[in-house]
Design a protein around this ligand. Sequence first.
Ligand code: PXL
Length: 284
Amino acid sequence: MKHNSRLLTIQDISCVGQCSLTVALPIISAFGTECAILPTAVLSTHTAGFKGYTCKDLTQEIPSIINHWQTENINFNLIYTGYLCGKEQINLVKDIVSKLKTKNGLFIVDPVMADHGKFYPGFDANFANEMAKLCGMAQVIIPNITEACFLTGHEYKENYDKEYIEKLLEKLGALGSEKVILTGVSFEKDKLGVAVYDTNTQETFYYFQTLIAHNFHGTGDVYSSCVAGGLSIGLSIEESSSLAVDFTVDAMKKSYDERNEHWYGVYFERSLSYLCERISAFNK
Ligand code: PXL
């Protein structure tokens, strides 16, 4: 199957860390989709566990990049955002979507800012309020449970039931997107997956895999990049979200034995051939 979508992903470059752009670019490329990038910042490493990381915020550079793309009539069928640094960047993303997204293009927001009940360094409730507005402009949002709670004001719980998740999905849907993919959902101790909510039909699709009992960094970015790739080649939200669970879990399995030495991310590279096989099965 041929397709000619051009995707723009907007997130940071963590030079070392197997997250954000260093995972999005190869994963999206594996789908055969052209992947343009807009780096929001350059960090020496990600911020989750390394001490003394450096960070150069690139906000000042973004308006002239947007202008140049406009002059060259460059636009995008799909825009996917990850780690953004502050309110000004959120406003710049709104500008990019209004100027550079094609008419029937897709806008996907992964509201990267928190996990395990806590904000990442540099993020707070004000940022979450601004991010909630950006989520309202997207067709698809991909929060984890912590981000979902910070976006909606819902109480964060580690132990929950289906009713809690479905209330959370309803509140996320009320932010304004068409679809919500809530990640890190688990109702049984050896199963982990996603809940995919359609705000129009109000139906929820669940997809689970065997839980790999370790908290890996960067799996959110691996997951969302795979969803964006799937949607870019015309897979449905159910196909894209479940393929992304299988791919992420495969990468976690292939990283498990080295989880202590290689603590900062998953070896998603080891799963790219598996991903390509799955993609070609869709293309038959
Ligand atoms: O994986 C999300 C992420 C992206 N970028 C940076 C991060 C994190 C998570 O901590 O620190 C810089």
